[in-house]
Design a binder for this molecule. Structure first.
Ligand code: SF4
Ligand code: SF4
Ligand code: SF4
Length: 303
């Protein structure tokens, strides 16, 4: 890459955490995805919320890609896409999420310009192809091609320098256009790209759930729907933000990362009369004899 290319690459802005971060939504959120992903420990939890130390941040984009709710604002590093093919940069390995999005945008070939692929790339390609198989897609094709000679770093005359800049500009314009090939946080919502599959299994323990609806109120994706007929779990749009699992006071929800075809699970609602107070109440547990208040009183008296 030439001088101009490096200068343009440096025109980035600081990453920042947006207010829809799960930790802003509830102090009970246990999300640590961005913190765990940062190779430089530049993002940490302060007063319960993620904070980015911009001095240490190298803008690798790992936190942007790791956030399940796209709450770390910023662009991912520029990738080289030419003629709808991903040109492998041995030093910059994209995240699996990025590759899955590229795939759905029609980039299904990765070009390797070296004689062999680095172990990091090899692992990434293996992992992404495993996921693609589960998603009913063909794997990425890897093609080896000779790299064009690049003499930009040689000593050059002023005329040659201007010529190089002009060439650089054209190459950058070619690499960067269309701009959609440079993803920001909003581009990485995987469920939108694979509408026939779900990436999470949501399990509800109907013996524990008291129908308090706290999870339904916090779920921004409308995955948890409670009405007079029952409790429906619609996992296709689930971001795996963990908020429902973290905030449920009864520990009734559990989540598991798993790729499966879309399905809706519905737990039936029962109207019953409490054997202790004669109040009519709703429950998901057919065997339940007491309403929530009487059940809690009973549990409290047994402590
Ligand atoms: S990964 Fe996203 S939701 Fe989780 S703490 Fe970081 S910014 Fe918040
Ligand atoms: S799953 Fe938990 S948070 Fe949701 S309604 Fe049931 S008890 Fe409340
Ligand atoms: S179902 Fe739970 S994990 Fe999934 S998006 Fe809703 S709150 Fe987040």
């Amino acid at each position: 890459m030439g001088i101009l290319g490096y200068w343009l690459e440096s025109l980035d802005y600081d990453y920042k955490v947006l207010s829809h971060c799960s930790r802003y939504q509830s102090p009970r959120s246990s999300c640590m995805e961005c913190v765990a992903s940062c190779p430089k420990d530049a993002i940490y939890i302060k007063d319960g919320q993620p904070t980015i130390d911009s001095k240490n941040c190298i803008q690798c984009g790992d936190c942007v890609a790791s956030c399940p709710v796209q709450a770390v604002e910023g662009f991912l590093p520029k990738r080289s896409i030419i003629n709808n093919q991903y040109i492998m940069d041995q030093d910059k390995v994209p995240t699996l999420k990025e590759l899955l999005v590229y795939y759905k945008k029609g980039i299904t070939t990765i070009i390797c310009e070296e004689s062999e692929i680095s172990p990091e790339w090899e692992e990434t390609i293996r992992n992404v192809n495993e996921v693609l198989t589960k998603l009913g897609e063909q794997p990425f094709k890897v093609s080896y091609q000779q790299k064009a000679p690049d003499n930009n770093d040689d000593i050059m005359t002023r005329r040659e320098l201007f010529f190089t800049w002009e060439k650089d500009l054209k190459q950058i314009a070619k690499n960067m256009a269309p701009a959609k090939w440079r993803f920001n946080h909003e581009s990485l919502d995987l469920p939108k790209y694979y509408p026939d599959y779900q990436f999470v299994e949501i399990t509800l323990d109907t013996q524990k759930c008291t129908l308090c609806k706290a999870c339904q109120k916090l779920c921004k994706r409308n995955c948890l729907q409670i009405d007079e007929t029952g409790f429906s779990l619609l996992a296709q749009n689930c971001s795996n933000c963990s908020l429902c699992q973290d905030i449920c006071p009864e520990g009734a929800i559990s989540l598991k990362e798993m790729i499966t075809p879309v399905s809706v699970v519905k737990h039936e609602m029962y109207k019953k009369v409490c054997t202790a107070c004669d109040q009519v109440y709703e429950t998901l547990n057919k065997e339940q004899e007491l309403c929530v208040a009487c059940e809690k009183k009973k549990q409290f008296s047994m402590m």
